[in-house]
Design a protein around this ligand. Sequence first.
Ligand code: ADP
Length: 466
Amino acid sequence: MSSGWRERLTRTFGSRLALWYFVLFATGVTAVLGLAYGLLGQTLRARDREVIESTLVRYATAFGAGGLRALDLAIQDERETARYEPLFVRVLIPGRGAAAFFSLPAGWDAFDLQQVQVPPLPEGRAWMEVRARNSDERLELLTARLRTGELFQVGKSTAAREELLERFRGRAAVLVGVIVVAALIGGATLTWSALRPLRNMTDAVGRILATGSLHARVPVAGTGDSLDDAAALMNQMLERIERLVERLRASLDNVAHDLRTPVTRLRASLETALQQGGTADDYRRALGDGLEEAERLVTMLDAIMDLAEAESGTLKLKPEPVDLAAIIRSATELYADLAEEKGIALTTALPEAMPAKADPVRLRQAIANLIDNALKYTPRGGAVAVSAAAQGPELSIVVADTGIGVDPVDVPHIWERLYRGDRSRSERGLGLGLSLVKAIAEAHGGRATVESVPGAGARFALILPA
Ligand code: ADP
């Protein structure tokens, strides 16, 4: 394995996950098999000992009843039965040198019977084991002293149980092998498919970084799981960022264009004055024109900065007792010339006086923005009506026009910074006006609303607490 490969294997999240899955799974299976093996060994050993003990009791009873002859008969009888298990049996009578009785199943000469001793019997009985000469087989022996003094020894070979355990080990090894392979393949496949959404996200981000274009989207599988949700959210976020970047680009174009006009005019008037010379009056007129253009520039820059202030929540109001009717009247008068020029009837319907507590500068700015929009989006021959009225605990200022109206798809967005309706592209604008209106309304504890019938006009309202 090359070092790059090894690094990938240990460093990538997917392979670490697969490795963990595999290790846990394999350890679990091995532990379960090991436990089963231990239990099986113990059970088989307990069973063997039980057979030895019960046989010893039976033979001792037969011996007690009828001596060695009866014992021999009992063994003969048992050999005939189906559940006979070959056993080593020896009876020693104290005082006699050789065994009084000895029975060894055929084929058991592998055990070195010299080793079969009488162990110390502190409790009248004791277990011992004798190894076979050339195999792992052992002879498990119980020695017991009868009340009458004779020593009984019954033993059983461990061959049968060793064979069973060996078969278990063989099967377990095959099983572990199969499971290891399955766990490796399963773990790798599982993590590979589980991490697909993450890979898709990485790919999408990689594409964005490589191309600088925000068009890339993460495929959404529709499974509804949390990774799928994350992918969908990421797409939403990308969409928003893309839209915002587009709007920023468009408004930067507009800002540049809007700033260009007054600056060009300023330069033209200064140039003309310089080249043509003339009387002090000519210079004064040129300076006056220049000042006007500079003022326009400042207003534009102020709007941009006001909005930044409103966005950061630091729009400061200087509220004072004012007459709303007077403010609206003066804001409308500012647009009288423009309305006439465009052939639009600009009318007001206002009460004599309308006392309120508000920031007069900001309020005039908001109303001016609404009138400006109404004139901008109403074609020649239309009408714009500005009215104000107290409605219960609220004061509402309404600017209604007979213009192009707001497209229903635009309605939820027109208050957003830099948002411009599709049909407004032909008009100059930054998409800042309404967001400033909304910010000013909210700073006063009020709100701004719109009702519109596309093609028939729009009705914008600025609602303030009385
Ligand atoms: P701008 O006018 O510079 O585009 P605004 O924030 O003032 O930005 O307005 C946002 C959008 O709301 C406009 O682009 C236009 O689509 C829509 N809008 C605003 N006022 C009107 C109106 N009186 N009639 C129709 N649409 C309007």
